[in-house]
Design a protein around this ligand. Structure first.
Ligand SMILES: Nc1ncnc2c1ncn2[C@@H]1O[C@H](COP(=O)(O)OP(=O)(O)O)[C@@H](O)[C@H]1O
Ligand SMILES: N[C@@H](CCOP(=O)(O)O)C(=O)O
Length: 318
């Protein structure tokens, strides 16, 4: 579930009246997502997404996230633009929480992506990397390998073992990664979380890249590695789809060819991506009561991917 806050009809209508989008016609909470509350809002003029920022997001980062959407949308990337209120603000405060109105994009997130879809996503990812190069704002990656290793160390081996007895060994695996992490790869603003559920597609065309709330400055090849880890396996990480991986990287290179150093770094970057998602999932798992209304994501899904990248560095990016 992802509606943490109840907003009554009159309250919603009052909120929407701050925008020049026509009168509120209907609003429906969206079940998908975990971090924010989202509603689909229809007005007399168009359809929008209303987002209320609930957890994880620092208010000070909103100008970066929402400004990035506007920057990329202006450059014709498939991302939703932010709707500014009548006074020009990208977000407002409502009852102590930040809210933003965002363009609604059509499409559905593929549950079992095809190589053709992966190719299109690779190309769209390269498109945003190039378009974001002259985005003026900066945001540091607070989930870099040393940060995510620190998350696992803070969880501690005993707590990790309670999630799954095979989990504590990732602490040592994470240390290996921080020691060998490549530091000088080409940079831009990166999405950092481009899972299939953050991509809207109409057939084989990308109609929307959404959920930029982990975006930051970083190595573009790392973003490609995150997307590879997110797209090229079945959900549990047990089965690797080589054709999807190949199509993803090929699609990326139709727009932005990789440098030799980036290509060479992909296997270790993919392991770093696994470290990042194992850590955030383990932390969330331990923080979320088993009976909470949010489905906990299993860190082991990314331990399996991680093992795959360690054992198949040659096959994973062939
Ligand atoms: N701009 C958009 N256009 C259409 N649907 C959207 C848009 N933004 C979000 N959604 C829908 O809302 C859901 C949750 O949004 P998301 O930003 O991923 O939330 P969370 O950050 O909580 O994971 C998405 O899965 C998608 O169905
Ligand atoms: N994609 C991450 C979790 C981030 O959640 P999101 O709903 O904000 O995309 C994972 O699968 O661990």
């Amino acid at each position: 579930m992802a509606v943490y806050t109840f907003l009554g009809a009159e309250e919603l209508a009052g909120l929407i009246a701050h925008y020049d989008v026509g009168e509120l016609v209907s609003a429906k909470g969206i079940a998908e997502g975990v971090s924010n509350s989202n509603w689909i809002v229809d007005t007399a003029k168009a359809r929008f997404i209303l987002t209320m920022y609930e957890r994880r997001i620092e208010l000070g980062d909103l100008p970066f996230f929402l400004g990035l959407l506007d920057h990329l949308a202006a450059k014709k990337c498939p991302v939703p633009a932010t709707v500014h209120d009548r006074s020009g603000k990208a977000y407002r405060s409502h009852d102590g929480k930040a809210v933003a109105l965002i363009e609604f994009l059509p499409g559905i997130s593929p549950a079992e992506p095809t190589p053709a879809q992966a190719r299109a996503v690779g190309a769209a990812l390269a498109q945003i990397h190039i378009a974001a190069m002259d985005f003026g704002r900066q945001r540091e990656n607070d989930l870099a390998p040393e940060d995510t290793l620190a998350i696992l160390e803070k969880c501690g081996a005993d707590a990790l073992a309670k999630i799954d007895p095979r989990l504590p060994r990732v602490i040592d695996m994470g240390r290996n990664i921080t020691e060998t992490w490549p530091g000088d790869l080409p940079q831009s603003v990166i999405h950092s979380d481009l899972f299939p559920d953050n991509v809207l597609m109409m057939g084989e065309t990308v109609s929307g890249l959404i959920d930029f709330y982990f975006a930051c400055n970083g190595a573009m090849a790392y973003d490609l590695a995150v997307t590879h880890a997110a797209w090229c396996f079945d959900r549990t990480g047990k089965r690797f789809g080589a054709a999807i991986g190949q199509a993803l990287v090929e699609g990326y290179e139709t727009v932005r060819p990789l440098e030799g150093s980036e290509r060479q770094a992909l296997p270790i970057l993919a392991q770093g991506a696994c470290l990042r998602f194992v850590a955030s999932r383990a932390e969330d798992w331990l923080d979320t009561p088993a009976d909470a209304l949010v489905t906990r994501k299993d860190p082991m899904d990314f331990v399996r991917r991680w093992d795959f990248y360690v054992e198949n560095a040659d096959k994973a990016f062939a």
